[in-house]
Design a protein around this ligand. Structure first.
Ligand SMILES: Nc1ncnc2c1ncn2[C@@H]1O[C@H](COP(=O)(O)OP(=O)(O)OP(=O)(O)O)[C@@H](O)[C@H]1O
Ligand SMILES: [Mg+2]
Length: 473
């Protein structure tokens, strides 16, 4: 329909008026020729049918002046009395045509607005649905790589562009392409990447390529690039992408804070373990050594002293203190764990326990030290809890390896009712396993015993994909 093309409206108004004049001239000739041969009613019907055809083909803006002019010609040159073309007739014709063009213009503008509003409503519903889908992915804690892929796909679908690409700006000045949608998506033009990076603002390289920055916590993080192979990108492309760039920013900020939380927890636990080891070393190298030396000196002095019995007694006491100190330092960080591994350490734990404890460790190789230490302390605290709270008759500790994780399961047949809110022990274990990227679950129905399961990844935990984790920004 001509009235819906990209021809500017003022030009279309002029064209409509011209169409009216041309229609009048043609209708005048046709009416004059048909006057004596065709009956007025079928002739009027044919005229109206022609006007209807124009209305369908060109729209109301053209149909109104064409129809008005045709009816005037029918009245003046077909139906008696016929009329001469005087100045008054021309004025009347101009007035009729003017009115037809004005009414046609108003009707066209109104219908265009209605169509635009309808389209905007449909567009908004589509955007809402697509944003909801993405927000669900983020809320589910989906991996950032999957979220980036999904957002990029939705951006392309939403804009109807041929391609959409999500690019991350690295600290060393390079860029990483995180996701790309579009069958034959070409590489994003380097000039577009550079412009957005330097100005942190949307940039249109040419009619077919545009880039919009993604800003995370006030810092430029990356950009979305969209491209169209043939047609021009719509004028509002950049504005329509803003919802999506904000969503990516939210997802990235979320992933970063999660990764930062995990690594800070890991640092705290590692620092605590390190502090234990240092105390152990200090006790061993410092106080213990000095006490041993003192004891030896006392023993030697026994032979010369006037009171050998008393000095010998002090020497024996000193040896007891040394033994206690050794035990204490081992309690702080079990030497058997670092020397021989989890199985002997857990067996030693079981031997010291007042409850019968079955230990079943099935590991092909020794896990990394933080995993071993983590699993040991989980088993130790859960065993202590069983002794303190469970009134159990037996405890079973199982360790195995599956899906790149160490699985530790400690079960007692006691009273049940373990609760994170009841103390700090279980909560501390949860923190410890989560700091290692793992999980801790407690099942403890009243009267049916307690099972604590820890799953600890054997590989170090990583945050965001691409190797930068939360540390990048
Ligand atoms: N194996 C178990 N059987 C029955 N109840 C348990 C068991 N383990 C824990 N509980 C209950 O859960 C609570 C929380 O345990 P948690 O280890 O967190 O604290 P706690 O042992 O009381 O103190 P601490 O902070 O010194 O460890 C306990 O107070 C106890 O009531
Ligand atoms: Mg406890």
């Amino acid at each position: 329909m001509l009235s819906r093309t990209r021809i500017p409206l003022p030009l279309q108004v002029v064209l409509a008026a011209v169409a009216g004049v041309v229609s009048f001239a043609i209708a005048r000739v046709v009416c004059t020729l048909a006057r004596d041969d065709i009956h007025p009613i079928p002739f009027a019907a044919v005229l109206l049918a022609v006007v209807l055809l124009f209305a369908r083909a060109l729209g109301i803006l053209y149909a109104l002046p064409i129809g008005t002019a045709a009816i005037l010609a029918y009245d003046w040159f077909y139906l008696p009395p016929l009329r001469e073309l005087s100045e008054a007739a021309y004025t009347l014709l101009a007035t009729f045509l003017g009115m037809a063009v004005i009414v046609g213009t108003v009707a066209t503008v109104t219908s265009r607005r209605a169509v635009a509003a309808e389209r905007a409503r449909g567009d908004m519903a589509e955007v809402q649905a697509s944003l909801r889908r993405l927000a669900l992915l983020i809320a589910k804690g989906e991996a950032p790589a999957r979220i980036f892929e999904a957002v990029t796909r939705e951006v392309r679908d939403h804009l109807g562009s041929d391609t959409a690409t999500l690019v991350r700006y690295e600290l060393d000045g390079s860029t990483t392409e995180l996701a790309r949608a579009g069958l034959s998506a070409p590489v994003v033009p380097p000039e577009l990447i550079r412009h957005v990076r330097e100005n942190a603002r949307a940039y249109r390289l040419d009619a077919t390529a545009a880039g919009v920055p993604v800003v995370v916590n006030g810092r430029l993080w990356g950009m979305f690039a969209v491209g169209s192979a043939e047609s021009q990108l719509p004028d509002d492309t950049e504005a329509r992408m803003s919802d999506y760039t904000e969503l990516v920013a939210t997802a990235v900020a979320d992933a970063q804070s999660r990764a930062e939380l995990i690594s800070s927890r890991a640092r705290i636990v590692a620092a605590a373990d390190e502090a234990r080891r240092r105390i152990e070393r200090d006790l061993h190298d410092g106080a213990q050594q000095r006490l041993v030396a003192l004891a030896l000196r006392l023993r030697t002095a026994t032979h010369d002293d006037d009171k050998p019995g008393e000095v010998a007694e002090i020497g024996t006491d000193l040896m007891t203190v040394i033994d206690e100190l050794r035990e204490l330092s081992r309690g702080i960080h079990p030497a058997v764990l670092s020397d021989s591994g989890l199985r002997p350490a857990l067996r030693a734990l079981a031997r010291r326990s007042p409850l019968p404890v079955e230990v079943d460790v099935r590991l092909a190789v020794r896990p990394p030290q933080p995993v071993e230490v983590g699993a040991y302390y989980v088993a130790s605290e859960v065993l202590t809890n069983a002794v303190k709270h469970a009134d159990a008759t037996v405890v079973r500790i199982e360790v195995s390896e599956a899906d790149d994780c160490l699985h530790l399961c400690v079960h007692d047949d006691g009273a049940g009712g373990a609760d994170f809110a009841g103390g700090t022990g279980l909560l501390g274990l949860k923190d410890r396993t989560e700091a290692l990227g793992g999980t801790l679950d407690v099942t403890s129905p009243p009267g049916a015993g307690t099972t604590v399961t820890a799953r600890i990844p054997l590989q170090p935990h990583r945050g965001e994909p691409g190797g930068h984790g939360g540390e990048q920004q």
